[in-house]
Design a protein around this ligand. Structure first.
Ligand code: KDG
Length: 326
């Protein structure tokens, strides 16, 4: 097997900063404007990754800003229920907590609608980064959702990467494209390419590679991110699997076969939690990619963005009972 070892990741805690939202998932299929019943839960890419890490035995550090409203109380209750420390959650009574709607579909990706402009999380700023205590943190996991939330959130994203690199903290980056949050496609592409260039590890999907670099295959997407400056890349290739690549080689790992996909939202976050937890346990990048595929596949079996994320025994039960893609 090609050498796909990633160096520079020390044991320690993963820092995540981002927006948590109330999520209303449609209970029946149909246009969001016509659905009558919604089930409430909690969303947010960085929070999803934090939950995934926690369930697998890691101690993530999660920072966000919430309003003083029932959505915020729901999110805090969810964090408590999942054993996540909320001491870095700042309450801001002058701004609302964001929320989103998600449609129910029997195939393809659900439609999402966001109400998050001017939210408490959009006020995340470099001052929040300055206030962070980096002791014990060995990984920063950043997504492409924080930067477009506001000017201050964009500055905070750059400040996070800078602070991490100055401290020798491993930087993991998931492009997580949210075109609706950006002023235009060029700004989105330029900013995300710049942030990805500073990452030790990038976790793009195939479509994100196409959007950011015009690359079409897992191999060309991985090469584009490596040429752009990343030290390692794991390209998510949907149910087929993932390609783990560094400057010294690459390895394609097949995904897990599931009977029926229920909901694709949150799979990428599960994937990130799988990869990072495995790397923190000392596994190589290819084995970490296999765990990423497993968590991604498990997430497709659940409507919630994070409730299906497995404990170690649930993960083991899944991997031994599901065949791998050909
Ligand atoms: O944070 C967002 O933009 C969301 O869409 C919330 C979701 O839980 C998350 O992103 C899924 O990856």
């Amino acid at each position: 097997m090609a050498d796909v070892t990633v160096s520079g990741i020390r044991p320690g805690r993963v820092l995540l900063v981002g927006e948590a939202m109330a999520l209303f998932g449609a209970c029946e299929e149909g246009d969001l404007s016509e659905v009558r019943n919604f089930a409430a839960s909690t969303a947010g890419a960085e929070l999803n990754v934090a939950v995934g890490l926690k369930r697998l035995g890691q101690e993530p550090v999660y920072m966000t800003r919430l309003g003083c409203d029932p959505f915020a109380d729901r999110i805090l209750g969810f964090m408590r229920a999942n054993g996540l420390d909320s001491s870095l959650v700042v309450r801001d009574g002058s701004r609302p907590t964001g929320f989103m709607l998600k449609s129910r579909v029997s195939h393809g990706d659900p439609t999402t609608f966001y109400r998050r402009a001017g939210s408490a999380a959009s006020a995340i700023s470099p001052a929040d980064v300055q206030a962070l205590d980096w002791r014990g943190i060995s990984v920063l996991h950043l997504t492409g959702i924080l930067p477009p939330l506001s000017e201050t959130a964009l500055e905070a994203s750059y400040a996070l990467v800078k602070a991490a690199r100055e401290r020798g903290v491993f930087v993991s980056f998931d492009p997580n494209l949210r075109p609706a949050l950006w002023p235009d496609a060029d700004t989105m592409r330029d900013t995300l390419r710049e942030l990805a260039a500073q990452a030790d590890l990038v976790l793009p999907g195939l479509a994100e590679g196409r959007e950011l670099f015009g690359a079409e295959t897992p191999e060309t997407v991985a090469q584009a991110f490596l040429d752009n400056g990343a030290r390692a890349v794991v390209v998510k290739d949907g149910p087929r699997g993932a390609l783990a690549a560094t400057g010294s080689g690459s390895c394609y790992v097949p995904g897990f076969v599931v009977d029926r996909v229920v909901d694709t939202v949150g799979c990428g976050d599960g994937f990130a939690a799988g990869v990072l937890s495995a790397l923190l346990e000392g596994q190589d990048l290819a084995s970490a990619a296999v765990r990423g595929c497993a968590l991604g596949a498990i997430q497709t079996q659940h409507e919630s963005d994070n409730e299906g994320l497995p404990t170690p025994s649930e993960l083991k039960a899944f991997t031994v009972s599901h065949p791998r893609a050909a």
